[in-house]
Design a binder for this molecule. Structure first.
Ligand code: FAD
Length: 394
């Protein structure tokens, strides 16, 4: 593909903005249109479950770029502009308002949507998931009501988002129960010792933690508001707010409908190229094929940023494969967890530092090969571990 005149990016989030800015950074001089379905421009999502929900930062601090800054870079941001279809033959993106945009290169950066539970009461008012600013505002309002009326809340899912929201709710002295279906917290990503450490941390902060939890229904009052969670064993947990944090699914509907290869996400190579030569994809909406022939789904800021850069390079006809070790962080109470690498397949763990001191790292190995490192309030050790992982080409 020769350098395109018109690049359209669908999704004005972390990956979409990164792609647009990386294009300009690489000297791309053509038109860039950034389409966002939300009413506001690009913003940082991580604080939604942390400092923003805790009331420690204002909404303005979430914004990634001002409209002026985008304008100066010649990036045409269109908010409230949902893409509803791609005409591959005509190279057109169709919009919900009836309009259409032609492209020479198209980048899909549509993110992901929370999974919901298919159980009775799932549509009750006050059963909420957290992905967007709008979700976060609804949760904040409801949390304020719970705090005022001394009503408890229930978090379904002991993953990062659920646990961060639980920690934030405890800061506001709201009674919280976390229901986790698995036998341990964050079981897919953390070593068993760390899962136990987090369970203790949350219990110490007053969270009622239920592992191996089986939920039957969300109880709804006559007013349509959620009032509790019914467990399979007959227990009823009262709740003025239920947060469902049981993972996300990639927003790959547009790509699927257009016939692009998708498998739990838009399938891309290490350079963010899809199965169509004029279409690229980056961020949470993708499933990246690895050198081992597997597909990797990552949901993180680093992944969105790195793939955004790869996508920009690919649009310019250059190869910039995403090769860095994956990296993620989570803040709960005054604890910063940093994870580098992928721990899947680990058969041996080594702890450096003293867990009781609240600052330590867990190294995941498969035989002698370092796969990943999880650090608790241990930034220095973590940085070194990350360099080592990058060097080993994880
Ligand atoms: C509450 C929360 C806390 C998080 N905490 C962390 C953390 O601590 N560390 C970390 O690394 N990551 C964290 N993440 C994950 C991180 O925010 C995501 O991985 C990252 O935002 C992914 O970027 P993205 O551009 O792929 O998707 P998004 O940032 O979700 O952007 C996608 C955008 O595309 C838009 N869109 C979708 N479909 C269309 C369409 N058809 N037309 C137009 N626009 C469309 C969406 O409205 C959305 O604005 C967190 C996420 C959440 C929700």
């Amino acid at each position: 593909m020769t350098s395109p005149d018109k690049v359209v990016i669908v999704g004005a989030g972390q990956a979409g903005l990164q792609t647009a800015e990386a294009l300009r950074g690489m000297g791309y001089a053509g038109a860039i249109t950034l389409l966002g379905a939300e009413r506001c421009g690009p913003y940082h999502r991580p604080p939604l479950s942390k400092s923003w929900l805790a009331g420690e930062i204002a909404a303005e601090q979430l914004a990634m770029r001002s409209p002026d800054a985008l304008e100066r870079k010649g990036i045409a941001l269109r908010t409230d502009a949902q893409a509803i279809g791609i005409d591959i033959g005509k190279r057109l993106v169709r919009l919900a308002d009836g309009g259409a945009l032609s492209y020479d290169a198209l980048v899909l950066a549509t993110g992901a949507s929370p999974r919901m539970l298919d159980i009775p009461g799932r549509d009750a008012t006050g059963v909420l998931a957290l992905r967007s600013m709008e979700d976060a505002q609804a949760i904040a309002q409801r949390m304020a009501l719970c705090a005022e009326s001394n009503r408890p809340m229930v978090v379904v899912g002991g993953g990062f988002i659920g646990l961060e929201v639980a920690a934030t709710a405890r800061k506001k002295r709201i009674a919280v129960t976390v229901l986790e279906a698995a036998p341990r917290l964050l079981g897919r990503v953390l070593a068993p010792t760390l899962s136990e450490w987090y369970a203790q941390l949350h219990r110490w902060h007053g969270v009622n933690l239920v592992l191996n939890a089986r939920i039957a229904a969300f109880e709804t009052g006559a007013d349509g508001q959620v009032c509790g969670v019914q467990m399979n064993d007959g227990t009823l947990l009262p709740a003025g707010l239920v947060i469902v944090g049981v993972g996300v699914q990639a927003n790959d509907g547009l790509a699927r409908a257009a016939g692009l290869a998708c498998d739990r996400g838009i399938v891309v190579d290490a350079c963010a190229r899809t199965s169509n030569p004029y279409i690229f994809a980056a961020g949470d909406c993708t499933a990246r094929s690895t050198s081992e022939g597997t597909l990797l789904r990552l949901e993180s800021v680093q992944n969105a940023v790195e793939q955004g850069k790869s996508a920009a390079a690919a649009v310019m006809g250059q190869e910039r494969p995403f090769a860095a070790a994956p990296w993620f962080w989570s803040d709960q109470y005054d604890i910063k967890l940093q994870i580098a690498g992928l721990s899947t397949g680990a058969d041996r763990w080594e702890t450096r530092g003293e867990p009781d001191s609240g600052s330590f790292s867990v190294y995941h190995y498969c035989g002698d090969r370092l796969l990943a490192v999880d650090s608790i309030n241990d930034a220095r050790e973590h940085l070194q571990a990350r360099k080592r992982l990058d060097g080993e080409g994880t």
